[in-house]
Design a protein around this ligand. Structure first.
Ligand SMILES: *Cc1c(COP(=O)(O)O)cnc(C)c1O
Length: 424
């Protein structure tokens, strides 16, 4: 049955049988029971599938992962303990020491640190390119050891919109997958697989949870990238894994299952950043209303952006839904039904004026958070992006005067009145 995105938000992932709980059960158990060692042994050899230890897999998590896979139109998904873990696993699953990744320069500050500092120490090199790089510039960034291209649909906090189709084409010309962090758009407003992306990641902490209740992440596979036809690049998927008696993931689990199976049975087994079943349950409550909330977030974001645009104390406004925004055309293509609730702007008077303005807000609270039901705001240059020097800040699209306002689900008139009084 061909269901709409709203029906999928509410219904998919878990279908109870007669007499079973209507809401997804929280399987609060570290372990699972078997009658014979032989039965359990088959699980350890990946010859049978089943639960044995929650560090690898848990039924509650799997219900929720299946819902997110359905929302994105993917073949398999896995929940992680955070968005950071999701992006780390997504890349490390197909790259190791000596490899190279191309990433958009306008990405979340935490992801930038993960890539440019921590994964660099692991021997993986990153080249950062403009999200608006030309095809020639993209082609020039590839090396023989390049293993993936990475970007964000709507960048946090730069709010650039990635030309997903063009980045996917570039990645595929060079035989590598495109990984898209779709946190800000959510599958309600953009489904990157429909534009050629191969892997999607999420910080479910943001709109998917939507209530500031639980940190979490997710990785979804489109099931379309043909690892075996690029076997020389992806030995981890295309050659036997000694830690599982020589299973070759791409052969045993096919295009649809190899990537997430490897991430689960190898990376999750070894690094252990599993989401707790309690948090997965809370995440699912958020997902049930995601389609309703995203519309309201985007409506509020647009109303606030329009108000700011016309105010004489505001130096500039960035919101891809505003006509005249440099990302407006791309937003029309990739986000035709709306983008998100996050608006960036500069208050005239720079860094000091921005801080003074934020202190005077009454509804919007200063928080290291976005995409919450409650409106919040942040000054990235003094918080999430403070590790960057001025040059890097500008390259990441985050000037020192930038205020990031995440419009919640309140009434737009109240948000605008709050901003107006703070500016006066
Ligand atoms: C917040 C965020 C992350 C990191 O997610 P956590 O859940 O905080 O670990 C990654 N990418 C984007 C776009 C984010 O907004």
């Amino acid at each position: 049955m061909n269901k709409g995105i709203g029906t999928k938000c509410v219904q998919d992932g878990y279908t109870p049988g007669n007499g079973e709980p209507r809401q997804i059960p929280i399987i609060q158990s570290t372990t699972f029971k078997y009658s014979t060692s032989q039965e359990m042994g088959k699980l350890f050899d990946l010859e049978a599938s089943g639960y044995f230890y929650t560090r690898l897999q848990n039924p509650t998590n799997d219900y929720v992962a299946a819902k997110i896979a359905s929302l994105e139109g993917g073949t398999a998904a896995m929940l992680t303990s955070s968005g950071q873990a999701a992006n780390f696993y997504a890349v490390f699953n197909i790259a190791s020491c000596g490899d190279h990744i191309i990433s958009s320069s306008t990405i979340y500050g935490g992801t930038y640190n993960l890539f440019a500092v921590t994964m660099k120490k692991m021997g993986i090199e990153f080249t950062f390119v403009s999200p608006h790089a030309t095809d020639e510039e993209l082609d020039a960034a590839f090396r023989p050891n390049t293993k993936a291209v990475f970007g964000e649909t709507i960048a946090n906090p730069a709010l650039t919109v990635l030309d997903i189709e063009r980045f996917a084409d570039a990645a595929h010309r060079h035989g590598v997958p495109l990984i898209i962090d779709n946190t800000f758009a959510t599958p309600v407003h953009c489904r990157p697989f429909e534009w050629g992306a191969d892997i999607v990641t999420h910080s479910t902490t943001k709109y998917m949870d939507g209530h500031g209740a639980g940190v979490g992440g997710c990785i979804v596979d489109s099931g379309r990238f043909d690892w075996l036809s690029h076997a020389d690049k992806y030995p981890g998927l295309c050659e036997p894994d000694d830690s599982y008696h020589g299973v070759t993931y791409a052969e045993r689990f096919g295009k649809e299952g190899a990537y997430i199976t490897k991430a689960t049975v190898q990376l999750m087994r070894d690094f252990g950043s599993i989401q707790s079943p309690q948090n997965a349950y809370l995440l699912n409550l958020g997902l049930e209303s995601l389609h309703v909330r995203m519309r309201r977030h985007a409506d509020n974001g647009l109303a606030v952006a329009r108000f700011l645009e016309g105010h004489d104390r505001i130096a500039w406004v960035k919101y891809c839904g505003l006509e005249g925004d440099e990302n407006y055309e791309l937003a029309q293509k990739y986000l035709p039904e709306g983008s998100c609730g996050v608006v960036s702007f500069g208050v005239k008077g720079g860094r000091a004026a921005a801080e003074e303005f934020m202190a005077k807000l009454r509804i919007a609270a200063i928080e290291t958070h976005v995409a919450d039901a409650r409106t919040c705001c942040l000054h990235p240059a003094s918080s999430t992006h403070r590790q960057m020097n001025d040059e890097e800040l500008v390259a990441a699209g985050v000037g020192p005067d930038l205020v990031r306002l995440s419009c919640g689900l309140e009434d737009a008139e109240d948000l605008i009145a709050d901003i107006a009084q703070a500016l006066e």
